[in-house]
Design a protein around this ligand. Structure first.
Ligand SMILES: [Fe+2]
Length: 419
């Protein structure tokens, strides 16, 4: 009980209470007719529940609603609720190489899932039965099924996202955007397929439902590809970043340290999780544009000529060219473009001043300068932390935002930037 807040526990208890009352009402009002078909559907729902897709905020989504909804519509609300409970209890999946099941998943996650499934399945099936006038099927039923499916989705997604918010402190809108924005078309595909499953069962039988299970799993696979694609993009750019480390040996490890320092500073300021993520990407890739700069200039031991320095100054814009087409790095790219803009307008490439520069860019500028001073460069040896702090103080209000410098110095005094 220690891992979640008191507010999360009370909300969970409230939702559990609602689930129990709803289940009690449904089981009292509608009986379950057990047969082989229902048994097969329960097995299929347990299989889909075991194919969890891990989202960017490390929560998991499944497509089980596409089976639970037909169960509730074909066999009644009681069967829907029962199937929801059984599939969660029987599901076994692998996350980060670890096998997860009801006996080793955190109790509050299982309970949160159960609540989400029972409430959404219960309410949507009650809606269908009420407006459709029972479990009979007419042409009007398709419309009610469609609305019931959307109702199911909205309730389930909101409940799950709310529980993620309570246990992770992510903003509700951010969770919705991160976990569901890219996969809405896939969800609508599952809604349509769940209606086809109902019609196929009525007109052909359970055999047709089993056949439809294959395209169903194919849609699930396309879900997974959406998330995998993001991971692959990141891996590719990270590989590019490692290539830069090899090319410019003096900056080896620089990006990792800038990432770490930038997150510490941003956390102290309290920026949102989505902005924090973009800042993290920007910090990792802030010097990626140097891949397009001549090695001899990057590793030149002496002072750079004006022309050579002008070439170095092109690296933020070159970074924009490299990352500009990656849709989920849009903000990170803007941060990178301005990471050498200075508070007093003397920076590059555009000579922006304070309010014109993104906060995240200013954060990177502070920690970038700190790390650059305290590490060996081709043209000079590393300075001490104390010397670096003196330079940071002297640049406050010039290159660096004084507010950020103030917070940086406070954190430094607390030893937060000691590696
Ligand atoms: Fe840079």
């Amino acid at each position: 009980m220690n891992k979640i807040s008191v507010k999360a526990k009370s909300t969970l208890l409230l939702f559990t209470f609602i689930s129990i009352i709803l289940s009690f009402f449904i089981f009292k009002s509608y009986s379950v007719q057990f047969n082989l078909d229902l048994f097969i559907l329960i097995i299929l729902s347990s299989i889909t529940e075991s194919f969890v897709i891990v989202t960017p905020n490390s929560s998991g989504v499944t497509l089980t609603f596409g089976i639970l909804l037909p169960v509730a519509i074909l066999f009644g609300p009681s069967a829907g609720v029962l199937c929801s409970i059984i599939c969660i209890l029987l599901s076994v999946y692998v996350i980060d190489g670890k096998k997860k099941h009801v006996f080793n998943i955190e109790w509050y996650k299982t309970l949160g899932n159960l609540n989400g499934y029972v409430i959404s399945s219960g309410i949507s099936s009650l809606f269908f039965v009420y407006f459709n006038g029972g479990l009979k099927f007419t042409s009007q039923s398709i419309l009610y099924m469609f609305i019931a499916a959307l109702l199911y989705l909205v309730i389930d997604i909101l409940i799950i996202c709310y529980f993620i918010r309570l246990t992770t402190n992510y903003d509700l809108v951010e969770i919705l955007k991160e976990s569901y924005k890219d996969i809405i078309p896939n969800y609508l595909g599952i809604v349509t397929l769940s209606i086809i499953i109902v019609i196929s069962y009525i007109s052909v039988g359970i055999e047709m439902v089993v056949v439809l299970f294959f395209p169903y799993m194919l849609i699930r696979y396309s879900f997974k590809l959406v998330y995998d694609m993001k991971e692959n993009y990141l891996s590719t750019i990270k590989a590019l970043s490692s290539a830069l480390d090899e090319k410019d040996s003096y900056t080896k490890g620089h990006s990792e340290r800038v990432e770490k320092y930038a997150l510490i500073l941003a956390d102290a300021i309290g920026i949102s999780k989505v902005d924090l993520q973009q800042l993290q990407y920007a910090a990792i890739f802030h010097d990626i544009g140097k891949i397009g700069i001549d090695d001899q200039i990057l590793n030149k031991p002496g002072k750079l000529s004006v022309d050579e320095f002008n070439q170095i100054k092109e690296h933020p814009s070159k970074g924009v060219h490299i990352l500009g087409n990656v849709s989920f790095l849009t903000k990170a790219t803007k941060i990178i473009e301005a990471h050498h803009e200075y508070y007093d307008g003397t920076g590059y490439p555009k000579g922006l001043t304070n309010e014109e520069i993104l906060l995240e860019s200013k954060i990177i500028t502070v920690v970038d300068i700190f790390d650059a001073i305290t590490t060996d460069r081709p043209y000079r040896k590393a300075m001490t932390n104390e010397e670096a702090i003196d330079i940071i103080k002297s640049e406050s209000g010039k290159k660096l935002d004084p507010k950020l410098v103030g917070i940086f110095l406070e954190l430094y005094e607390k030893g937060r930037f000691a590696l």
